[in-house]
Design a binder for this molecule. Sequence first.
Ligand code: ZN
Length: 164
Amino acid sequence: MDVMTKQQRHDCMARIKGKNTKPELIVRRFLWSHGLRYRINYSRLPGKPDLVLTKYRTVIFVNGCFWHGHDGCRYYRLPKSNVEYWTSKIENNKARDQRDRELLSKMGWNVVQIWECQLLPKSREAYLESLLNLLDGIFLESHSVKRYALPDDDDLAIAAENSD
Ligand SMILES: [Zn+2]
């Protein structure tokens, strides 16, 4: 008898294929529920960012702490055997991540790197709120020139109205 429901089997397969991994889905659901829209796995940009928010000129990577070598993180621990192999593998991943981030910055993208451990239940909510603030800040900054550069006439009209 098959003990998995259809949904469980689907989730399981998704994990095995490495797509729609849970941490990435947490971020996507949160942003979507706050009205933010994005493209996923956009392969034409360096490093194939997990999420691309064109309106915010921001790309987001959701990185596993082990594979991407999260420094000082308790979830980044090298296996006890084949230490050299794992060290060089993960150093390579880190170097590639760094290169991709630099390329993206040069292209004018804001790069946000989210670590899996930041999405653990106890820190998730606070972290996602801070992400939202960060994105708001980026949006305001990139639109502030248009927003505040009013012609002088407008200032006068407001002043006249106020003195009434
Ligand atoms: Zn971590």
